[in-house]
Design a protein around this ligand. Structure first.
Ligand code: ATP
Length: 233
């Protein structure tokens, strides 16, 4: 479980999160929505310690994130909004293997996870390709594969479908639905509620750093419309 309690964060004098509290239960599929600049990325980055709060706490499975960053980052997989930022190796295979290798897994297990994760994002067999020769959409797929290969208990993805073609979007959506069915919690930051509305258990909407709606998709339709989030019919 990821528990966010009374979280406040400022950049300089500008407060971007203001008393945010919510809980991601084990096995839940949660969407985080809101206008540009409403604080979504700042919120989710606190969940694996990339941003430290001014006040408030985030606990992952009972331990405050900043008490044990390694544990938090092992339990919470993260796919960033700009995937190029998280590619670390020269080749696709080495990049996806980086996380599982750091978990200390044996070579066969790492290789199997890499193959499976690349298959899940529609890039099976492309281990030897150079990362710096990938298209933007391929970079995004590799970043997602890297997070999948960690098999985290909780997976947070910031705009994971950005830049993906229809085939890639379908592959990623169905893999995340399968992960959810297997009991992982999945958090997706998105501007495109249509892509996820039927999959999600809950929607959390932010406006100006505060939660303005938090509930099952159908129960928050009116609140979402009030903050100009486009809701599927
Ligand atoms: N590193 C930073 N330094 C200063 N200000 C920042 C930084 N990161 C974000 N901000 C500001 O904080 C506010 C919230 O940004 P954040 O990225 O959390 O919003 P968001 O809801 O994810 O936006 P978007 O939908 O555009 O991705 C914005 O006004 C942004 O300009």
């Amino acid at each position: 479980m990821i528990r966010v309690e009374d979280l406040t964060h400022s950049y300089g004098d500008t407060r971007v999160l203001d008393g945010v509290s919510t809980t991601i239960a084990d096995g839940e599929f949660v969407l985080v929505v809101g206008a540009n600049g409403s604080g979504k990325t700042t919120l989710v980055r606190q969940c694996n310690g990339l941003v430290e709060p001014d006040s408030g706490t985030v606990t992952v499975d009972g331990t405050p994130v900043h008490e044990d960053l390694v544990r938090a980052r092992t339990r919470v997989g993260m796919v960033f909004q700009h995937p190029r930022d998280q590619l670390v190796a020269a080749t696709v295979g080495a990049d996806v293997a980086f996380g599982p290798e750091n978990l200390g897994l044996d070579r066969d297990t790492v290789d199997a996870r890499v193959a499976d994760a690349l298959d899940a994002v529609g890039m099976a067999g492309r281990e030897d390709e150079r990362v710096d020769e990938l298209s933007g959409g391929e970079e995004a797929r590799v970043a997602i594969a890297g997070a999948l290969a960690m098999e985290p208990a909780h997976l947070i993805l910031d705009e994971p479908l950005a830049g993906l073609d229809a085939t890639g979007r379908d592959a990623v959506r169905s893999r995340l639905a399968a992960l959810h069915a297997d009991g992982a919690s999945v958090v997706v930051v998105t501007h495109d509620l249509h892509e996820w509305f039927d999959t999600a258990d809950r929607v959390v909407a932010l406006a100006d750093g505060c939660i303005v709606a938090d509930g099952p998709p159908d129960s928050v339709r009116d609140a979402l419309a009030d903050v100009a989030v486009d809701v599927p019919p």
